[in-house]
Design a binder for this molecule. Structure first.
Ligand code: COA
Ligand code: NAD
Length: 642
C-alpha cells in the first residue's frame, strides 16, 4: 500500500509508504487526492496528520517519472486540495523533506519536525526549479534571503534552522507521531500558506548578494539564474500568477539537455557499486593504518578519523612523523571550524603515530600514500606484509603505478587493492577503487563499504597507467599540447574550457600542480618505452628551463603578484616548436577537439575493460576532474548530442 489512512480517535493519520525514500509517484499523488476527499467527507475526522513510513518524509517527486509526460493528478493540484481542506492538516517531518516533499509539507496547515530532520528544495541541482509551489509558498514562511538561498542554492537546512526561520512550527521533543497527534488534538484552524503575505527581505543587500554569489558559482548551469527569477516572481506576483509561471518553467526545464544530464549523473552516481561482490559480507574495519603523512596520507587519515575510525600514521622518521601529525591536527581543526567535525577531541583521541610498522599489528586496513616511486612502494608493501595480520587489507593510493606489480610483493596478493583518493582527500567525493587481478571478493566488498562509510562515491577501475580519470586527463593534456602546436595559445585553450564550464583551464591546472610532476612521469614512461615520439616537447622545454609553474613564478603563464599573465617567453617557445603555419582556432574548435580526445580515450577504456560502463566514466570525470555536472559527463553528452 503506498498510502494508508488510520484513525486515532478523531485524528486521521495519512501515512505514505513508498520505499526507499517515499518519492511522490503517480500512485502516491492519486492516493493523497483520495485521502483528501475521504477526510473532508468524514465529519468525525477533526484533523489529519500526514506522516511517512521508513527512513524519511517524502524526499521529492519521483525523478524516474521525469522522462515521461506528466500524468494527472499533478502534484500542484494535490497540494492545492490539501491546502484548501477545511480539516486542518499537520505534516510530521523526519529524515529529509525535499523538493515535492517540502512542497507538500508547505501545503499542509502546520508542520512538526523531528529535531534531526532536514528540509530543502534541491530541484535546482537537477536542472529544475520547484514545480509545485515551492517558490511561492516558501517566501510566505521564511525571509526572502533564506528562500533564495534554498531555491537557487539547493542545500537543505536543519530542523532547528527551519524552526528559527518559521518554516516549521515546532520540533518534536519525543516521538514525532505522538507530538504531531498532540498538536492535531488542539484542532487548530487551517492556516493556508498562500493566504500569508510574503515575509520579505531581512537585509536589503543580502538577497542580491546571495543571488549573485550563486549565479557566479553556477558554471554554465542555467537553472540557478532561472530559479532566482522564479523566486522573484514568487515574491512579487499575485500567488496564482506566480504558481502558473513556476509550473510552466518547471515543465520546460524538465525536458532540457541540462536537466537530463543532471538526472543521468544523479542515477549514475548511485549505481557505481552495483556489483555482485559488494553484496557479500565485508571484513570488519575499525583500525586503519596510513603510511606516509604528506598531502594525501594526512588527508586520508583525517577523513578516517572524522568518520569515527581509529588511525595509526606511519612516517619514515621522527621529524616526518611529527610533521604528518601536525598536518592531521590542522586538517581536523580546519574541519571543526567549518562545522564538518563535531567532536575534535574525540577524533584526535583515536589518532596515533609511529615510525615502526609494528604499530600496525592490529590494523584491519592499511592505506599507503608514500612517494610515487615503485621501488619505495614495493619496499613499503614488503614491510607491511611482514608486520600486519594476514587478513588485513593493504591498499595503495598510487595515481599511476601498476597495482598488480605492487600486489605481487605480497605472499597473499588477494589482500591488495588500490584506493585512489583525490586531493583534498577529506573533501573530494570521488574514490577510484582499483581492482588488481588477484583481489579477493570480500576485499572488494570491504572497499565498497568503506567508500560509503567515508561518504565517497566509489567507482571501480581496472589496472592501467592512471586508471580511469588520469588516463582521460592525459588525453586532455595531449590534445591541449597539439592545439598549441596548431595555433592556439595556452590562455585561449584555458579560456575556452572555462567558458565551457571547467573551473580551471588545463594549463592553469598544470601550473598549480607543478609541471615537474608530469615531467617526471614522462621521463619514466619514456624510459619504460611507453611513450614514444616527442609529445609534450613544449612542456619539456619549460621544465628544462626550471619553469615548474606557480611555485617558480613561471610555467605556462608568468606570475606577477601571484596573478597569471600570458607569457611572451612561452609564446616564443611555442612559435619555435610549431612546424606548420598557425591555424585559426575558435573557442568551439578548441572545446570540440578536446571533448573528442576525451571521448576517444573513454572508448578505449571501455574496450580494454578498465571502466565497467560509460556511466562510471561520467561519474569519475564529473566528481574528480571538474567536468561540468550539467553535461551529464563526457559520455552522456556525446550520445545525447548536447
Ligand atoms: N526519485 C526517485 N528515486 C529516488 C529519489 C527521487 N526523488 N531520491 C532517491 N531515489 C532513489 C535513489 O536512486 C536510490 O535508489 P537505488 O537504491 O535503487 O540506487 C534510493 O532512492 C536511495 O537514495 P540514496 O541517495 O542512495 O539514499 P541516501 O539515503 O543517501 O539519500 C536522499 C537520500 C533523499 C537525501 C537522496 O536520495 C536525494 O537527495 N534524493 C533526491 C532528492 C531530490 O532532489 N528531490 C527533488 C526531486 S525534483
Ligand atoms: P607527499 O610527498 O606529500 O607525501 C609523501 C609522504 O610519504 C612524505 O611525507 C614522506 O615522508 C612519506 N614517505 C616516503 N617514504 C616513506 C616510507 N618509506 N615510509 C613512510 N613514509 C614515507 O606526496 P602525496 O602528494 O601525498 O602523494 C602520495 C601518494 O598519493 C603518491 O602515490 C601520489 O601519486 C598519490 N596521490 C597524490 C595526489 C595529489 O594530488 N597529491 C592525488 C592522488 C594520489
Amino acid at each position: 500500500m503506498t498510502v494508508t489512512l488510520q484513525r486515532h480517535g478523531a485524528i486521521a493519520v495519512v501515512r505514505i509508504d513508498n520505499p526507499p525514500v517515499n518519492a511522490v509517484s503517480h500512485a502516491v499523488r492519486q492516493a493523497l487526492m483520495d485521502a483528501v476527499a475521504q477526510t473532508e467527507s468524514d465529519a468525525k475526522i477533526g484533523a489529519v496528520v500526514l506522516a511517512c513510513a521508513g527512513r524519511t518524509f517524502v524526499a521529492g517527486a519521483d525523478v524516474k517519472e521525469f522522462d515521461a509526460p506528466p500524468v494527472e493528478p499533478h502534484l500542484p493540484d494535490v497540494i492545492a486540495a490539501i491546502e484548501a481542506a477545511d480539516t486542518p492538516w499537520v505534516a510530521a517531518l523526519h529524515g529529509t523533506a525535499l523538493g515535492g516533499g517540502l512542497e507538500i509539507a508547505m501545503g499542509c496547515h502546520y508542520r512538526i519536525a523531528d529535531p534531526k530532520a532536514r528540509m530543502g528544495l534541491p530541484e535546482v541541482t537537477l536542472g529544475l526549479v520547484p514545480g509545485a509551489g515551492g517558490t511561492v509558498r516558501l517566501p510566505r514562511l521564511v525571509s526572502a534571503d533564506l528562500a533564495v538561498a534554498m531555491v537557487a542554492g539547493g542545500k537543505p537546512i536543519t530542523a532547528r534552522a527551519a524552526l528559527d526561520a518559521g518554516l516549521v512550527d515546532a520540533l518534536a521533543e519525543g516521538d514525532l507521531l505522538e507530538a504531531a497527534l498532540a498538536f492535531a488534538e488542539t484542532r487548530p484552524e487551517p492556516r493556508r500558506t498562500l493566504d500569508l503575505p510574503v515575509v520579505g527581505k531581512t537585509d536589503p543587500e543580502a538577497f542580491d548578494k546571495i543571488a549573485a554569489n550563486l549565479r557566479r558559482k553556477a558554471r554554465g548551469q542555467s537553472s540557478v539564474a532561472i530559479a532566482v527569477e522564479a523566486l522573484e516572481r514568487g515574491l512579487t506576483l499575485p500567488p496564482a500568477e506566480a504558481l502558473a509561471e513556476e509550473r510552466a518553467t518547471f515543465l520546460s526545464l524538465k525536458t532540457s539537455d541540462q536537466a537530463r544530464g543532471l538526472r543521468h549523473i544523479f542515477f549514475a552516481e548511485r549505481a557505481t557499486l552495483a556489483d555482485p561482490r559488494t553484496k557479500i559480507e565485508p571484513r570488519a574495519l575499525t583500525h586503519i593504518g596510513v603510511v606516509g603523512g604528506g598531502t594525501m596520507g594526512a588527508g586520508i587519515a583525517s577523513l578516517c578519523l572524522m568518520r569515527g575510525l581509529s588511525v595509526t600514521l606511519i612516517e619514515r622518521d621522527d621529524v616526518s612523523v611529527e610533521a604528518g601529525a601536525e598536518r592531521v591536527r590542522a586538517t581536523l581543526e580546519g574541519s571543526a571550524n567549518r562545522g564538518l567535525l563535531n567532536d575534535l577531541d574525540g577524533a584526535w583521541a583515536r589518532f596515533q603515530s609511529a615510525t615502526d610498522y609494528n604499530a600496525l599489528a592490529e590494523a584491519d586496513l592499511v592505506i599507503e600514500a608514500v612517494f610515487e616511486d615503485m621501488s619505495v612502494k614495493k619496499e613499503v608493501f614488503a614491510g607491511l606484509d611482514a608486520a600486519t595480520k594476514p587478513d588485513a587489507i593493504l591498499a595503495t593510493n598510487t595515481s599511476y603505478l601498476d597495482v598488480n606489480d605492487i600486489a605481487a610483493c605480497l605472499k597473499d596478493p588477494s589482500r591488495a587493492i588500490g584506493l585512489h583518493f583525490f586531493s583534498p582527500a577529506h573533501i573530494m567525493k570521488l574514490l577510484e577503487i582499483v581492482l588488481p587481478d588477484a583481489v579477493a571478493d570480500d576485499v572488494v566488498a570491504t572497499a565498497a563499504r568503506l567508500s560509503k562509510s567515508l561518504g565517497k562515491i566509489g567507482v571501480f577501475s581496472g589496472v592501467c597507467d592512471g586508471f580511469i580519470g588520469n588516463r582521460i586527463m592525459s588525453s586532455y593534456r595531449s590534445e591541449a599540447d597539439r592545439l598549441l602546436l596548431d595555433g592556439a595559445w595556452p590562455s585561449e585553450v584555458d579560456a575556452a574550457m572555462r567558458t565551457f564550464g571547467f573551473p580551471m583551464g588545463i594549463f592553469e591546472m598544470q601550473d598549480l600542480a607543478g609541471l615537474d610532476i608530469a615531467w617526471a612521469m614522462r621521463k619514466r614512461r619514456r624510459a619504460e618505452g611507453k611513450l614514444t615520439g616527442n609529445e609534450s616537447r613544449i612542456a619539456d622545454r619549460l621544465c628544462e628551463e626550471g619553469r615548474f609553474g606557480r611555485k617558480t613564478n613561471g610555467g605556462w603563464y608568468d606570475y606577477v603578484d601571484g596573478r597569471a599573465q600570458p607569457s611572451q617567453h612561452v609564446a616564443k617557445v611555442i612559435d619555435e616548436e610549431r612546424d606548420a603555419e598557425r591555424m585559426a582556432l575558435s573557442q568551439d574548435d578548441i572545446v570540440s577537439r578536446i571533448l573528442g580526445a576525451l571521448r576517444r580515450e573513454a572508448e578505449a577504456l571501455l574496450e580494454e575493460g578498465i571502466a565497467r560502463s560509460a556511466d562510471d566514466i561520467d561519474v569519475v570525470m564529473v566528481n574528480g576532474y571538474g567536468f561540468p555536472r550539467w553535461t551529464g559527463g563526457p559520455m552522456f553528452s556525446a550520445w545525447s548530442g548536447s
